[in-house]
Design a protein around this ligand. Structure first.
Ligand code: AMP
Ligand code: ZN
Length: 113
């Protein structure tokens, strides 16, 4: 499968890995939009949040959020941060492997563009 995030999981594409366990990988976004901009992904290929099955929702999603919480502590994001997942075209998704942007280190604006 020609998926850049699967290649990242397989270490075929080099990234700055911030966190890794059996199911989850977090690495630096190549085009950071904040002082901290990480991508937290399931190692399993899931195209987007809409295509998570029941097992993904019950087992994997909590693992992803456990990782996000852990990373936020490690990265000193105690002042706050934003977690975003873009879903399909209207959501602005450009990489079709489920990922959660973890943005921090500055004050975020609302609404997003
Ligand atoms: P989205 O637009 O929500 O699908 O986000 C995709 C994100 O992946 C963007 O913020 C890109 O900057 C980022 N990205 C694309 N290729 C890479 C890569 N090889 N390593 C790290 N981040 C990447
Ligand atoms: Zn993938």
């Amino acid at each position: 499968m020609d998926c850049i995030f699967c290649k990242t999981v397989d270490k075929e594409i080099e990234t700055q890995v911030i966190f890794e366990n059996e199911q989850v990988l977090a690495f630096e976004d190549i085009n950071p939009q904040a002082p901290t901009h990480l991508l937290v992904i399931p190692k399993k290929h899931i195209p987007n949040i809409q295509e998570m099955d029941m097992d993904d929702k019950q087992q994997l999603l909590p693992e992803i959020f456990r990782a996000i919480q852990h990373i936020a502590e490690e990265q000193d994001l105690d002042k706050g941060y934003r977690v975003v997942t873009n879903c399909k075209d209207n959501g602005g998704q450009t990489v079709n492997h489920l990922h959660f942007h973890l943005l921090g280190g500055r004050h975020m604006q609302w609404p997003p563009g």
